[in-house]
Design a protein around this ligand. Structure first.
Ligand code: BES
Ligand code: MN
Ligand code: ZN
Length: 504
């Protein structure tokens, strides 16, 4: 585990294995970013020229290690590219967050490093702290990272006396969100034989208890008693029974309540409509929505946001067996409506439908679900953007905007009414699949049927960005990414601030 502290000691006087500096790319060559003045002095103000000579441009993602000159207590200087900056040369918070992530990853195996990056406002410090914790993340529960390969031990963020309080507050916010995203990543990366529905629910209970949330876990008996036909129908093919978990952060002065619903399929084999080889290897990722919901509610509690936030984790393992739901079976859902299951691989919408109805019973001021729901959304938007659907264009815009302000990439997607009739069933109220073209939107239209009237609702399909299969970049590692956590926290922050009349 990487620790993160704030220090006002002079950069040159800090004993460290490494000092990290930011460098932005300008048309006339690399420019050393503010925060690194002492390091530049130790290079006799020739740092930019030296970097230029070595071919370092300051492009985003670039790193270069230099032996530290006399005058610094550190051994090594690590330059990290901030990319092109706007006129005036100030890096955006997004660029800082990504660069801090790149730096933290490059520091693997290092003991103590000083981040002499431009982090003198609360927002910049939040970005640097968050990016650093995210970049330092590794998933080593089942393997040894190897000698000298573990995450950086200690990161120190530099602050001036004048801005220390602001910086400390920003670092605290960034740390909480970074840690909760890393918790989501751990849950996503955990293989499905270890993170069973029962184990996931137990984690929800333990983490919730640790941070003062109200937690309720419905096991298979309770689910049956209350007729959660969607969740039970998906879970009945597995020897590991399903769960519905409710976690709630409440604030005594809150006057708004948000409800978040997460798809928590701990493994998606497709069920009887079995997925082929090539499509089932990393379906442990299919609980990424529930992981985001759990950790966002925990973050809201840790940040003491003045808003109530309730999270619903709809957890099941989708497996084929003699007891599994079959194509053609009809399920009676929690609200009494019937669903013809044409394809058992369209299971996410079934567990979500029950959870949406249950969440709606508490009449929240807004309802947002998060799910690795369709391959179609991945085809449409690729692996870095998630789709946002809502019948309420204003609310959809608000969610997309919250994502952007939180540094996540989201795109508004429609819910075209003409696709709805493809979900008509001759035997039940609705079928669980419709036309294939626009499949991500059809899934959204299915969910819409289970949203209570009058509650602003948005559906986030994170099938692409929830899990990263390529080389790490920015603060994104291989594996679970923690997608949607920041957006959900931002929505909670917005709701908390709306109440107090603040303007951001
Ligand atoms: N969990 C999958 C969607 C998915 C695919 C997530 C790839 C991440 C990566 C979901 O349960 C699913 O199987 N959806 C089907 C729906 C279809 C049968 C209507 C799909 O998208 O193919
Ligand atoms: Mn599926
Ligand atoms: Zn699925």
């Amino acid at each position: 585990m990487t620790t993160l502290t704030v220090s006002t000691a002079a950069t040159g006087a800090q004993p460290a294995d490494c000092v990290v500096i930011g460098v932005s790319a300008s048309p006339v060559g690399p420019v050393v970013a503010p925060g690194a003045e002492a390091v530049d002095e130790a290079f006799d103000a020739g740092l930019a020229a030296t970097l230029g000579t070595l071919g370092f441009t300051g492009a985003e993602g670039q790193t270069l290690k230099l032996a530290a000159p006399a005058g610094l207590q550190a051994e090594v200087v690590l330059a990290v590219g901030l990319g092109k900056t706007a006129e005036g040369g100030v890096a955006t918070d997004d660029a800082l967050r990504r660069a801090a992530g790149v730096a933290a990853r490059a520091l693997a195996g290092t003991g103590r490093a000083v981040l002499a990056l431009p982090a003198n406002t609360a927002e910049a410090a939040e970005a640097v702290a968050m990016g650093a914790l995210l970049g330092a993340y590794t998933f080593t529960a089942y393997r040894d990272p190897g000698e000298g390969q573990g995450p950086v031990g200690e990161l120190v963020i530099q602050a001036d006396e004048a801005t220390q309080d602001e910086v400390t507050a920003g670092v605290r916010r960034g740390s909480v969100i970074g840690e909760e995203m890393n918790r989501a990543r751990d849950l996503i990366n955990m293989p499905a034989n270890h993170l069973t529905p029962e184990a996931f629910a137990a984690t929800g209970r333990d983490v919730g208890a640790a941070y003062g949330l109200d937690v309720e876990v419905l096991d298979e008996e309770a689910l049956a008693k209350e007729s959660f036909g969607g969740i039970l129908g998906v879970g009945q093919g597995s020897v590991r029974p399903p769960r519905l978990v409710r976690v709630a952060h409440t604030h005594p002065a809150a006057d708004k309540t948000l409800a978040f619903v997460g798809k928590g399929i701990t493994y998606d084999s497709g069920g009887i409509s079995l997925k082929p080889v090539g499509s089932n290897e990393i379906m442990k990722r299919d609980m990424s929505g529930a992981a985001a919901v759990l950790t966002a509610v925990v973050a809201a509690a840790r940040l003491r946001l003045r808003v109530n936030v309730t999270g619903w984790l709809a957890i099941a393992e989708n497996m084929p067996s003699g007891s599994a739901t079959k194509p053609g079976d009809v399920l009676r859902m929690y609200n009494g409506r019937t669903v013809e299951v044409l394809n058992t691989d369209a299971e996410g919408r079934l567990v979500l439908a029950d959870a949406l109805v249950r969440a709606g019973e508490e009449a929240p001021d807004a309802l947002v679900d998060v799910a690795t729901l369709t391959a179609a959304m991945r085809m449409a938007l690729g692996d870095r953007l998630f789709g946002v659907m809502s019948p309420d264009a204003g609310f959809r815009a608000h969610v997309v905007d919250a994502a952007e302000r939180a540094g996540e990439e989201a795109w508004p997607m429609p819910l075209p009414n003409q696709l709805r009739e493809s979900l008509d069933s001759p035997v039940a109220d609705i079928a669980n699949t419709g036309v294939r073209m626009g499949g991500g939107l059809v899934a959204g239209l299915f969910l819409q049927e289970f949203v209570p009237d009058g509650v602003p609702w948005a559906h986030l399909d994170i099938a692409g960005p929830a899990f990263h299969e390529g080389e790490p970049y920015g603060h994104t590692p291989r594996g679970g990414t923690g997608c949607a956590v920041r957006t959900l926290v931002r929505l909670a922050q917005d709701a908390a601030l709306e109440r107090s009349g603040a303007d951001r």
